[in-house]
Design a protein around this ligand. Structure first.
Ligand code: ATP
Length: 249
């Protein structure tokens, strides 16, 4: 049924992973369309992170398939999955604090450069234009010459998102992107995500329901490794089982 949908970009089917006999992900189906912003919620230990780990190749499934643009990702090494267009941002920022915002972005431009080699790298106008465009997308165009270490917590998170966007992923996965942010930074992040979802798909793990309401197209609720419910935020908020298992706590 889902293969008839031309905008389907990610199709996860019957996915499972066991750790020492414990099924952290237990038969999950997940279908994400192009241009969609999907939020995954659920109680602690529901398998949200484990699901993203499987999609980005950090861990291998015990069962099931992960098709991205029709190609099977499970079994591919992590760097190959990035090359296919799937990028993942982890919670802790991994920016270079002693380099400028511009240099951080330049470093991630997809040409396999290292910190040392980038010192001798000639800036082409293509690289420069992409850096300027991406910095503007995350509101950091005014901070390009500042050391990344001087940015606020929220701006560091945006820089890291920009470092992924430079690689032009078709699917961007973010793990609790607004954790530790001020309300103003959360609002700005919601706007940022609405800008960056254009032309790509975004999958986000989030606990903050206020934020989920602001950004989500569709919400998938995981519980004990399984999909408990899926649908619009209004449907999810009023789902008896979701309230019982998660929202009511
Ligand atoms: N690589 C791994 N090795 C061993 N166990 C794992 C691994 N990844 C996840 N688990 C286990 O699987 C279960 C689900 O964990 P997971 O981190 O996916 O939950 P979560 O829904 O992301 O929870 P939280 O909201 O607390 O982050 C946990 O019991 C966890 O210990």
């Amino acid at each position: 049924m889902h293969s008839d949908n031309p905008s389907l970009i990610l199709a996860v089917e019957d996915l499972a992973v066991s750790f020492g006999g414990f099924r952290a992900v237990d038969g999950v189906n997940l279908y994400v369309n192009e241009g969609e912003l999907r939020v995954i919620i659920g109680p602690n230990g529901a398998g949200k992170t484990a699901l993203l780990d499987l999609i980005c190749g950090k861990t291998r499934p015990t069962e099931g398939t992960i098709r991205f643009k029709g190609r099977e990702l499970s079994g591919m090494p992590e760097n190959r999955i990035v090359h296919e267009g799937v990028c993942r941002k982890f919670q802790a920022p991994s920016i270079y604090e002693n380099l400028t915002v511009y240099e951080n972005l330049e470093l991630t431009f997809p040409s396999g450069r290292t910190v040392m080699r980038s010192l001798f790298f000639r800036r082409t106008s293509e690289v420069h234009d992409r850096i300027m465009e991406t910095a503007a997308l995350v509101d950091l165009d005014g901070r390009l010459d500042d050391m990344a270490g001087l940015l606020s917590h929220g701006q560091k998170q945006w820089l890291e998102i920009a470092m992924l966007l430079i690689q032009e992923p078709a699917l961007l996965m973010l793990d609790e992107p607004v954790a530790g942010m001020s309300q103003a930074e959360r609002d700005a992040t919601a706007q940022l995500l609405n800008r960056i979802r254009e032309g790509r798909s975004v999958v986000i793990i989030e606990h903050d329901m206020g934020f989920v309401e602001e950004i989500a197209n569709r919400v998938t609720v995981l519980d004990q490794g399984k999909v408990l419910a899926e649908g619009s935020i209004d449907r999810i908020k009023n789902d008896k089982r979701v309230i019982e298992r998660y929202l009511g706590h």
